[in-house]
Write a protein that binds this ligand. Structure first.
Ligand code: HMG
Ligand code: MG
Length: 298
């Protein structure tokens, strides 16, 4: 019934931190990412090369990229919005570039200051150049279920964007429940459409957990045969341009679920808990993961 192996991408150092007001010291980010690299995880999104005024917490992306210890089994990727971001990211060192846009017009405008139509040529150039430089390219599509400004988004709107990004040469697509409001029936409606069109190994699900539905949505995705998920250590984070949205599903929680179902991930839960406790201490606040709370009370 379940896949034998599921691939997790750790997005805590990017998606997790980008919404944290308290600045984490660059040297502590580096220590933390190095700890994560030892957990058996196969991909870490280590930072974001966006405008530093928009996301000040990640304005040290270049230094982080230059200083982390590269583990041979980890793909180190970073978020890049445009060619300027790509140039900086290539100089800092990336194995993968993550481009991003939204399925909803108004979220796209709020997030990256462009209409959907204006975004396509920008991302096309980034994807083509990143591929020419030999990098893996993941394309995030945000607001695939609900938009904070427009409400419900249809699967047709989502696949229209996915079609273009794959046509430009993206290797895979990460579908974002940016607001963290979807319920499993919405996941079914989208995956019915998406998996009819694209091979399932090209699809990654990216759930935020605002309303506590992420684990239910992951179960539904697993039933559809999805084997790739993004998660954030401790459940850290949110999107600065989606008011009220909480962090991603916690890496600690998804690992507890997957391992409990007998699904392999190659990741050591204890090491993930240790890395979560490290960043929790640096931020001086309790992270939302229930698995982490339970494990650390033992
Ligand atoms: P813009 O102002 O439209 O950019 O911002 P521009 O091209 O007009 O340039 C304006 C100035 O910014 C210029 O400088 C550029 O050089 C500079 P000036 O000449 O005025 O001195 N600039 C840059 N500087 C550093 N790095 C860059 C860069 N690009 C331009 N890359 C831009 C457009 C996209 C840059 C801006 O809107 C931005 O940075 N947005 C960031 C939005 C963001 O980070 N959102 C959160 C991440 S997305 C997310 O969380 C969702 C996701 O998790 C999936 C999900 O959950 O759904 C991925
Ligand atoms: Mg996100």
């Amino acid at each position: 019934r379940w896949p034998e192996y599921v691939q997790i991408k750790e997005v805590g150092p990017r998606d997790g931190l980008q919404n944290e007001k308290k600045r984490v010291l660059t040297k502590d980010k580096i220590t933390w990412i190095n700890k994560l690299s030892e957990s058996g995880i196969s991909e870490i999104e280590y930072s974001s090369f966006v405008h530093p005024k928009w996301v000040p917490q990640l304005s040290d992306a270049h230094e982080v990229g230059k200083s982390i210890k590269r583990h041979p089994h980890v793909r180190y990727s970073a978020l890049v919005p445009n060619m300027k971001g790509l140039e900086l990211a290539l100089d800092a060192g990336i194995d993968g570039a993550s481009v991003f846009m939204s399925a909803s017009e108004s979220h796209n405008k709020n997030n990256i200051n462009k209409s959907i139509a204006e975004t396509y040529p920008v991302l096309k150039e980034v994807i083509v150049e990143a591929k020419a430089a030999g990098k893996h390219v993941t394309a995030y599509v945000s607001t695939v279920f609900d938009c904070p400004f427009e409400g419900s988004i249809s699967p047709d709107q989502v696949v229209a964007v996915c079609d273009r990004l794959l046509e430009f040469g993206a290797d895979d697509i990460s579908l974002g429940d940016t607001l963290g409001t979807a319920v499993p029936s919405q996941v079914e409606a989208l995956l019915d459409e998406v998996l009819r069109r694209y091979p399932k190994d090209k699809i990654i699900m990216h759930y935020h957990d605002t309303r506590g539905m992420a684990i239910a949505n992951i179960m539904t995705s697993l039933e559809y045969g999805v084997t790739r998920f993004d998660s954030s250590i401790g459940g850290l984070g949110g999107c600065p341009y989606a008011p009220g949205a909480a962090g991603n599903v916690a890496t600690n929680d998804i690992l507890y679920l997957l391992h409990g179902l007998g699904i392999k991930t190659g990741i050591d839960e204890k090491k993930v808990d240790e890395a979560a406790l490290y960043i929790q201490k640096k931020l001086g606040k309790t992270l939302p993961s229930k698995s982490l709370a339970y494990a650390s009370a033992q």
